[in-house]
Write a protein that binds this ligand. Structure first.
Ligand code: ATP
Length: 266
């Protein structure tokens, strides 16, 4: 999945219009995007834009998507990294990878660095004794403190577990803006379905509101999956359009997948 995200981000530009719901989050991030495009405007006012933003909330809710939309809107570079890439057996390897990450970002500035699974490197340093991880985290703190607004680099972290992160990471001047991104409500689910149904042949009998009501508790990633599964069912049956029956089958399949996953976990 990480490889897919990396490649996906290289191939396809994402814009705020591709992210459904999350209106307040988008408003916040539009300001960051404006800063990347017009830093002088903020300079004149003596306003500092946050260096680091931490997204938190359940998986599959569009954290990566909205971060890459900032780069799409501003034409800034986008570097995707996952915290787990920095976790190594040998002391110093993770820290040196962090250093290279920031060097690369500064070279292609303006640039958005997105670090998914922040908890892999950012858990509280007192929580266990792991000197490799501590060094990696220390290096990340050094890098965050070391660049300034003239570097035009914005770092966005994402985690499912904000409470596990080391306080030093969340301090002012570091990841000091925390944005919760939760599972979508019924209206947002409808909007997400519509985004994913763009350019797909849809039978007139399909009631998107109804699908949104039936998918309570699902994330944007689940909804994208349902639309894709429904399209595959339609191809399998040689249909010209995706109909209500294909959606019912797709929902059943995704719900069954969720049940299996829970069974494995519990
Ligand atoms: P994780 O915590 O697992 O990294 P995430 O929050 O970063 O997940 P994304 O990778 O951004 O989630 O979302 C996965 C996919 O789900 C997206 O590529 C997109 O297809 C779909 N998706 C999720 N949220 C939305 C949304 N708000 N609007 C449109 N599509 C969405």
């Amino acid at each position: 999945r990480q490889e897919e995200k990396k490649e996906g981000n290289n191939q396809q530009k994402v814009y705020f219009d591709d992210v459904a719901g999350l209106d307040e989050v988008k408003d916040d991030l539009k300001e960051i995007a404006d800063f990347i495009k017009n830093p002088e405007k903020y300079d004149k006012m003596g306003a500092k834009i946050p260096k680091g933003i931490m997204f938190h909330g359940p998986p599959g809710t569009g954290k990566t998507l909205i971060a890459s939309a900032i780069s799409g809107e501003t034409e800034a570079g986008f570097i995707y990294a996952s915290g787990s890439e920095f976790v190594e057996k040998y002391v110093g390897v993770g820290a040196s990878r962090i250093r290279s990450l920031f060097e690369k970002a500064k070279k292609q500035a303006p640039c958005v660095i997105f670090i998914d699974e922040m908890d892999a490197i950012g858990v509280s340093r007192s929580s266990d004794n792991n000197s490799e991880r501590d060094q990696t985290l220390n290096q990340l703190l050094v890098e965050l403190d070391g660049f300034n607004r003239y570097d035009n680099v914005i770092v966005i972290g994402a985690t499912n577990r904000l409470e596990l992160l080391d306080e030093a990471l969340l301090r002012p001047g570091r990841f000091d803006r925390h944005i919760y991104i939760g599972n979508p409500n019924v209206k947002s689910r409808e909007e997400i379905l519509k985004v994913h149904l763009r350019n797909k042949p849809l039978d007139k009998k399909v009631n998107i509101k109804d699908i949104a009501r039936k998918t309570h508790g699902m994330s944007g990633a689940h909804l994208a999956n349902i639309v894709n599964e429904a399209a595959i069912f339609a191809v399998r049956e040689n249909l010209a359009t995706i109909g209500p029956e294909q959606f019912n089958l797709a929902i059943e399949r995704v719900v069954a997948g969720l049940k299996n996953k829970n069974a494995v976990i519990s």
